[in-house]
Design a binder for this molecule. Structure first.
Ligand code: AMP
Ligand code: GLY
Length: 423
């Protein structure tokens, strides 16, 4: 089976790496891909906003399965677009239509969905320009910290958390009056702060049944001990020590099951991944966000821990046959450390040559890399993620860090404390 994976991050490299191990895998294409996905298959230079071009690539390369990595094309309706073409009737697509993708595309919609289906989440009110002044007043009565979230997609930057009332008020005005994130922040959620430790769960679902993938924890802040600006993710680990059988059972019963059943009740036909961003509040899981795709860099630790043939699971999902499948995990621990460009997540340079030494003890997943005239160069903020596998977290991490010494470029940065809170 020929497969096209959309995206260009470590997530897509990891998907290609895992799928390539399946006996059912034919040719792999990645659009646009990066300097690492070249080794997994063929990179196609396509702008993911151009759905027509994606359709042409599917035809030209006899693609039988399309996997959509990032959220933007999903929220913008790529699946609806392709499904409208009857030539693609048999195409297996991993990723929801726009309606399902609203779980990530609108935080207000996701909140209403959770309320309607009894899924635990932080209380929130929607703020628009109509109730802005009233909310600014009302905030006096709330205890800090204040959590503000732009309703729409904001590339991971749309959440503001502050202890200061005046700063929260100013941020709320910036978001709504100054449209800091354009249409994405015309509506803002003012949300109750949840205190606890975060963990992410992932499922693959065919809209009826689901299989739970290994859980993971990512490290979003740029600085050590979770300080500084939010990034796309600076590292991740799986499994997560506090996720025992009892907690997993709660997550399944209180969150995953009602979510998949909620989609069914709301007549949303959903085939793809669901990412549950959770906070463990004193042993009880609450949803802080849904994503309608896998996480990055979580995928780089989740997929190595799946023993089962992932492609078989994806085929079963697309055929609405997940009920006949089982998923088996590896027992080892996986960690990944993201090596980034100096300046990230703000302004950063690109185009530095990367030297790669002996990295046989890690799984390298490229993100912002590009091959130019036989040279590997940096091409993004997050450059490469190195996954280590070990008997325990310490062993896995020591491999991720040892591997990092072998990969160098001008201005390489990374967090030295991935997993610090779990040891
Ligand atoms: P999100 O983009 O929704 O994942 O939010 C970014 C980060 O903000 C999360 O990873 C959490 O660390 C934090 N966060 C979001 N919502 C809340 C909340 N209600 N309470 C506490 N922390 C939150
Ligand atoms: N690592 C967080 C995300 O993929 O959204």
């Amino acid at each position: 089976m020929n497969i096209l994976i959309l995206g260009s991050g470590g997530r897509e490299h990891a998907l290609a790496w895992k799928i390539k191990q399946s006996p059912k895998c034919g040719k792999i294409f990645i659009a646009p891909g990066n300097g690492g996905t070249l080794k997994m298959g063929t990179n196609l230079d396509i702008d993911l906003k151009n759905f027509e071009k994606v359709g042409e690539a599917i035809e030209e390369n006899n693609i039988e399965m399309l996997i959509i990595g990032p959220e933007d094309p999903l929220v913008n309706g790529i699946v609806d677009h392709l499904r409208a073409n009857k030539d693609f009737k048999k195409l297996k697509i991993i990723g929801p239509k726009a309606k399902g993708a609203m779980l990530e595309g609108s935080k207000e919609y996701a909140k209403e969905f959770m309320k309607k289906h009894g899924i635990p989440t932080a209380d929130a009110r929607t703020v628009t320009k109509e109730n802005l002044e009233e909310t600014i007043k009302y905030m006096e009565r709330l205890d800090p910290p204040y959590v503000l979230k732009a309703d729409g997609l904001a590339g991971g930057k749309g959440v503001i958390i502050t202890e200061e009332l005046e700063e929260a008020r100013k941020s709320l005005r910036d978001l709504i009056e100054d449209k800091k994130f354009g249409a994405a922040s015309e509506k803002v959620l003012l949300e109750q702060f949840l205190r606890g430790i975060e963990v992410s769960f992932f499922v693959i679902t065919d809209g009826k049944d689901y299989r739970i993938l290994p859980e993971a924890k990512d490290y979003k802040r740029i600085g050590e001990r979770d300080t500084g600006l939010n990034t796309g993710g600076m590292g991740a680990v799986s499994p997560v020590v506090f996720v025992d059988r009892a907690f997993k059972e709660k997550v399944n019963k209180q969150i995953i099951k009602p979510t998949v059943e909620g989609l069914k009740k709301d007549k949303i036909d959903y085939c793809g991944f669901i990412f549950f961003g959770l906070i463990n509040v004193g042993g009880d899981p609450y949803v802080i966000e849904y994503n309608v795709r896998m996480g990055d860099p979580e995928t780089e630790v989740v997929l190595p821990r799946i023993k089962t043939d992932l492609l078989e699971l994806l085929i079963a999902a697309a055929d609405k046959n997940l009920i006949d499948t089982e998923i088996e995990y590896e027992r080892f621990t996986a960690s990944t450390v993201m090596y980034v460009s100096r300046g990230y997540p703000e302004f950063y340079e690109k185009g530095h040559e990367i030297s790669v030494g002996d990295i046989r003890t890690v799984l390298p997943f490229h993100a912002g890399t590009k091959m130019v005239d036989g040279k590997l160069i940096t091409n993004g903020g997050r450059v490469i993620s190195l996954t280590g596998l070990g008997k325990n977290l310490g062993e896995a991490l020591s491999k991720s860090y040892a591997g990092g010494k072998e990969v160098n470029w001008e201005g390489k940065k990374f967090r030295e404390d991935i997993g610090f809170d779990l040891k």
